[in-house]
Design a protein around this ligand. Structure first.
Ligand code: NAD
Length: 273
């Protein structure tokens, strides 16, 4: 990681993630806020970014125009529909991008791959360092244990979450399936409560989802065998973990060649598993 101050441009500054990112940059001694951007006509435009984050005044107001300066990094946690325009602004300016916005269309993902030939880009649907490591070791452990160990995943999220199983649970399950030569589509069992009563089949990858309270997100991957059980658990207690992970990626990406990178690459785990 470099010693210099990395100038960061936040896109989606008024959002939940935007404010968490602003707070982390303001308290950091290795980054500096270059600009804060949100959508045209939004209520936070013209507001001081420091005040918006609930901290001291910074003298940088939220604008609706993304004009990244060379040597800065754009960190985008906004809206999928805004992503294509933001990617183009980054390639035009020759500026690296850290993209956390989810729900990207196929066309946007294609544009992202093309843009990564010109500038370095880190894109991840989950910037948590802990989840990235868990996903990576899930495959390594599954491969070492083999199919004789039954793989089951348990995930817990707050009561407002709409999708089940979580995208993160699916990614962990996919890593297990890939490492053991299984196809997740056919191996996954996420409807046991409704399924006709029958014993577990060898090779299934079970996923159980619990919803309630204010849980930011918990994932436990279990490997069960006769006489022993191995459990790998990640518990998120604060959404700031995604902001910290994304900013770690921002400080890493400034030194990279053009390319499309994952959070595993940022952590030096890209070649493993
Ligand atoms: P949010 O709705 O609280 O904030 C989104 C912000 O983007 C809003 O302030 C909105 O005004 C702004 N915005 C909308 N259109 C814009 C545009 N054209 N230009 C600039 N800003 C625009 O949402 P959130 O919870 O902060 O999440 C934002 C995105 O990040 C979502 O896609 C979410 O799924 C994703 N997310 C990713 C991770 C991760 O680790 N990758 C973690 C949390 C959230």
């Amino acid at each position: 990681m470099s010693e210099r101050l990395t100038p960061i441009v936040i896109v989606g500054a008024r959002g939940r993630m935007g404010k968490a990112l602003l707070r982390e940059i303001i308290i950091s001694d290795s980054m500096v806020l270059e600009a804060a951007v949100d959508r045209s006509g939004g209520p936070g435009l013209g507001q001081d970014a420091g005040r918006l984050a609930g901290l001291h005044e910074l003298g940088i107001v939220v604008t609706d125009e993304l004009l990244p300066r060379r040597s800065s990094v754009v960190v985008d946690f906004s809206l999928a529909q805004a992503t294509e325009a933001n990617i183009r602004k980054c390639t035009e300016a020759g500026v690296p991008l850290v993209l956390g916005t989810t729900g990207l269309s196929k066309a946007t993902r294609e544009l992202l791959r093309a843009a990564a030939k010109e500038v370095p880009i880190v894109s991840a649907a989950n910037f948590s360092v802990g989840v990235t490591v868990l996903t990576k070791i899930a495959g390594l452990v599954a491969h070492a244990l083999g199919e004789q160990w039954d793989a089951e995943l348990l995930e817990i999220h707050h009561s407002h979450k709409r999708d089940a199983p979580s995208g993160t649970a699916l990614r962990i399950a996919k890593a297990v399936a890939k490492a053991t030569g299984r196809d997740l589509e056919t191996a996954m069992r996420s409807d046991r409560a409704h399924a006709h009563a029958r014993p577990r089949e060898r090779g299934e990858i079970g996923i159980s989802a619990i919803r309630g309270g204010d849980s930011v997100g918990e994932h436990t991957l279990m490997f069960l065998a006769d006489g022993e059980r191995l459990e790998l658990t990640h518990r998120a207690t604060d959404r700031a973990i995604f902001a910290r992970g994304a900013l770690r990626a921002a400080q890493w990406v400034v030194d990279q060649e053009p390319g499309l990178y994952t959070m595993a690459d940022v952590l030096g785990l890209g070649g493993l598993g």
